[in-house]
Structures are given as C-alpha cells and as structure tokens.
Write a new protein. Structure first.
Length: 285
C-alpha cells in the first residue's frame, strides 16, 4: 500500500511538474513579449525626442534668423535715412543759397512760385513714399499672420497625433493587464481545484483503508468469539489463555495500525514539504 501510494504521488508530481514547466514557458513568453514591446516603446520615444529636439533647434534658428533679418533691415533703413538726411541738408543748404541768390537777383516772385511748387512736389513725393511703405508693411503683416495661423494649425495637429498615440498605448496596456489578471485568476482557481482533488483522494484512500481494517477486525473478533465459546465449553483455563492472547493481539494490531497511519502521515507531510520547497525555489529562480 505504501508503495502504491508512493507511485500515485510520483505520477501526480510528474504531471504537476510538466504542467508547471508549461506555465513557466508561457510566463517566459509573456515576459519576452512585454520586453519587446517595452523596447519598441523606448525606440519610438527616442525617435520622437530627437524629432522634437530638431524641431526646437530649427525653431530657434528661425527665430535667430528672423531677428537678424529685422536688425539688418533696421540698419539698412537707418543708413538710407542718414544718407537721405545728409542729402536733404545739402539740398536745404543749396536751396538757401539759391534763395539768397534769387532774392538778390530780383526774381523773388518766380522764385517763390517755384518754391511753392517744389514744396508741393516734395510733399507729394513724401506722401507717395509713406503710402508705399505703409502698403509694404501691411502686406508683410498679413503674410506674417497667415504664416502664424499655419504654424499654430500644424502644432495643434501634432499635439492631436501625440494624444492619439498615447491613448492607443494606454488602451493596449489596459488590455494586456486585463488578460494577465484573467490568466492569474484562472491559474489560482486551477491550483485550488488540484489541491482539493488531492485532499479528496487522500481522504478517500484513508477511509478505504480504515473500512478494510474495520472489516478485518470484525472478522477476527467474530472468529475469536466463536473460539471463546468453544473454549468455554471445554475449559475455563483454555478460555483465559485464549482471551489473554486475543487481547495482546488486539493491542499489537491497534499499535501497528496506529504506527502505520503515523508513518503514512509523516511521509505525506514530508512529500508536501519537499514539493512546496521545490516550488518556492523555482519561483525565486
């Protein structure tokens, strides 16, 4: 019986070991998939970070170029304005000299007419120049506004794309977590069912052995009762001897059965402890 119980335990332990190796291979495959996804996410994040850094560098270069262009335009306009002021000063000086000469030369009336016309022409030219400058500035401002709108639109589209990618990643991680939790609950339920089945099998074996022992003991008791009745008829001395032998035999059989049960329990407990230690060592590894 001990050998039969040992063989049953070895078979169950071999089947459990095969099932445990299959579960371990599944866990390793899940870890490999998770590591591969994590590596892909890291690569995508590094590419996105390099792209953002390049965009920021381009933006900074564009701002520097725009400020440099504005400064160059201001310097050129300032130089032109200085040249224009110098020309105007020379013109005013020449005009003052001419006016003095004309006033001295008795052509004051014609000179005054020419001066008025010249002033009107100058004012008209200045007004035309100012109008052209204002028109050019308005065109530049409109172009800048259009460029700004396009840039803001592109930035909004990029932000929407980034949010969509983040939402997709979160959804995928949520699905993976739900699948893993379902697998873990299934594994726990299966483990509990296996433990209950083992306990039921052990209790059934114990009950069967106890019933066999009880039947054998009842048979022996009946036989001894019959022998006792026969010995009573023959002699009281023989009856006493038989009863003493029978009592000693019962005590020995009870002690033997108790020792067998204790040995079985100790062996089962030893096997369970070794199995649990092996499981813990494998999980830590």
């Amino acid at each position: 019986r001990c050998f039969y119980v040992q063989k049953i335990l070895q078979k169950t332990f071999g089947e459990w070991k095969e099932w445990w190796t299959v579960c371990r291979e599944r866990k390793l495959s899940l870890r490999a998939d998770r590591h591969y996804r994590h590596l892909l996410h890291n690569l995508v994040f590094q590419a996105w970070r390099t792209y953002v850094c390049q965009q920021q560098g381009k933006r900074n270069k564009y701002y520097v170029a725009e400020s440099h262009a504005k400064k160059q335009k201001l310097l050129r306009s300032w130089e032109h304005w200085l040249v224009y002021v110098d020309v105007q000063r020379t013109k005013h000086r020449m005009q003052s000299v001419a006016l003095a000469f004309r006033e001295r030369s008795c052509l004051r009336i014609s000179w005054t007419v020419w001066r008025r016309r010249h002033y009107q022409n100058c004012t008209e030219r200045k007004m035309n120049i100012l109008a052209l400058q204002h028109w050019a500035q308005s065109l530049q401002f409109r172009a800048w506004l259009q460029w700004r709108e396009l840039y803001l639109y592109s930035q909004n589209e990029k932000q929407k794309e980034a949010r969509a990618v983040a939402h997709c990643r979160l959804w995928a991680l949520k699905r993976c977590m739900e699948a893993w939790l379902g697998y873990l609950n299934f594994h726990r339920a299966k483990k509990l069912q296996n433990e209950l089945a083992q306990e039921h099998c052990q209790s059934r074996i114990v009950r069967q052995h106890f019933s066999d022992w009880r039947l054998s003991w009842e048979c022996r008791r009946r036989i001894h009762a019959q022998e006792k009745d026969i010995v009573k008829l023959t002699a009281r001395i023989a009856l006493r001897r038989v009863f003493a032998h029978w009592k000693h035999y019962v005590v020995l059989s009870v002690e033997e059965t108790r020792q067998c049960e204790l040995a079985k329990r100790h062996y089962k407990h030893h096997l369970l402890v070794r199995g649990l230690l092996h499981i813990r060592w494998k999980r830590r590894w």
